[in-house]
Design a protein around this ligand. Structure first.
Ligand SMILES: Cc1ncc(COP(=O)(O)O)c(C=O)c1O
Length: 439
């Protein structure tokens, strides 16, 4: 349980922060000044010995908890054996591909391993273009697929684009169903008949030159503020893209390996994506990412046409194998669903009590709390969001800096090993922080 021993940030933290300011660029991030020394399970210790409950999992990475003993043992063992062999084969790479396929829907039967989520996005885009022979791809406003140029171009927000010159051509964007703030001005997703799906045809008719080959989307938009499409939207999109003969690339870099209370978020919907990108929780700490797909597509690229220096290296592969084994053996998918439902119910109760909690949404252990000046106007309140994060930090709970299209969404994403006691304790701290921020 959390333990605050010093003023925050403590003296050793301040020293580290000064060094970082001296030697690192300011573009890195905007988190609370917590200097992590170590972490175990759901508990972070900073360099001054202060302890915090983790609602970040890094950034939705350490699904199996920090430094899980079996994960650490596997990595230590692998460290003594082999770290890199380029695209020569190691048993670990083939074993990880087999392991991913063993937990995936049956029709997805090949895996291409890379290192980061952005790498996986780029690889999937290249595969889709090469397989279809077409170069236009439909993507969605608000989407985040990474920061490399292809991934940023597929993205649907200015944050990754502005100031970087022309993007990669070929991406066509359409509105995502952000029902709390419908971009098409509809009152309710129950009655609108999915105007945003109808709108896609209009966008395509105005922007496509007949080269549309694929659609890329996240199952829920993470960076845009944990935006979850309403029931039926994905099935509508699936019907539309099949009718138009398009591939579906599902970006599960953030949403997979138990995060949403299913092994993969695609299991919440009646969809069959052709290519699925994976990252974050796959390595659960050691960088490891992948494209999972149908062999018909993946085997259409000739030998040597895709590759990577670190992709599928024995250490990251071993990390992936250990993480999946732990997720399955310890029923972490089920724990994510159970603890997530408990947290959702608690946030809904708080929503009724506190004016700034405008919207509460989530699936499993990824929840988004949208902070507003008042429920009637829904005006985004970025300053209040930041104050809540700060008040929680001072009480021993670490959240990621506010996210979302308006910088006013709190992201709640603890490691999937979180216990009943840690859920209760962290919710109590959160409510105390929220109350203090409200004044
Ligand atoms: C949905 C999604 N796709 C892609 C990425 C990019 O991953 P990385 O930062 O590992 O390149 C992220 C990272 O946050 C993500 O959330």
């Amino acid at each position: 349980m959390p333990k605050i021993l010093t003023d925050l940030p403590g003296p050793k933290s301040q020293e580290c922060l000064a060094k970082s300011r001296r030697f690192e660029p300011v573009c890195i991030g905007d988190q609370m000044p917590v200097v992590w020394a170590e972490a175990h399970g759901c508990l972070i210790t900073d360099v001054d010995g202060n302890e915090f409950i983790d609602w970040c999992s890094g950034v939705l990475v350490t699904n199996v908890g920090h430094c899980h003993p079996d994960y650490v043992a596997a990595l230590k063992d692998q460290c003594d054996r082999l770290h890199n062999c380029y695209d020569f084969l190691s048993p670990q790479r083939a074993d990880l591909a087999e392991k991913i396929i063993s937990v995936a829907p049956d029709y997805l039967d090949k895996v291409f391993l890379v290192t980061t989520g952005s790498d996986a996005t780029e690889a999937a885009l290249r595969m889709a273009r090469r397989y279809t022979g077409k170069w236009e791809i439909l993507a969605f406003h608000g989407a985040f697929h990474g920061r490399t140029m292809g991934a940023a171009s597929a993205g649907g927000s200015l944050g990754v684009k502005q100031g970087y010159g022309p993007m990669v051509p070929g991406f066509i964007h359409s509105p995502f169903p952000y029902c709390y703030r419908c971009p098409l001005g509809q009152e309710s997703c129950d009655s609108c008949g999915f105007k945003c799906l109808e709108f896609i045809d209009w966008v395509i008719s105005k922007e496509s030159t007949g080269q549309l080959g694929a659609v890329i989307t996240e199952p829920y938009q993470g960076g845009a503020g944990s935006i979850i499409p309403p029931p039926g939207w994905f099935e509508g999109l699936e019907k539309w893209r099949q009718a138009n003969g398009l591939l579906l690339i599902l970006d599960e870099v953030q949403s997979s390996f138990g995060r949403t209370g299913k092994m993969f978020a695609m299991e919440h919907y009646g969809i069959q994506p052709d290519l699925v990108t994976l990252g974050k929780g796959l390595g659960s700490g050691v960088p490891c990412s992948a494209v999972l797909g149908r062999s018909e597509i993946m085997d259409s690229l000739p030998p040597g046409s895709m590759g990577s220096t670190n992709g599928g290296n024995p250490l990251s592969s071993r990390a992936g194998i250990a993480a999946i084994d732990i997720i399955v053996r310890e029923n972490l998918v089920e724990n994510s669903a159970r603890q997530g439902a408990k947290m959702m119910a608690a946030f809904q109760e708080m929503q009724a009590k506190y004016e700034p909690l405008g919207d509460v949404r989530g699936q499993g252990l990824v929840l988004g709390l949208e902070i507003v000046t008042d429920k009637a106007s829904k005006t985004p309140d970025k300053d209040m969001s930041r104050r809540i994060v700060e008040e929680c930090w001072h009480r021993g709970l670490v959240l990621i800096a506010p996210i979302g299209m308006y910088g006013n969404v709190l992201r709640v994403a603890p490691p999937l090993v979180i216990t009943d006691a840690e859920v209760q304790e962290s919710l109590d701290i959160f409510e105390a922080g929220l109350k203090a921020a409200c004044g």
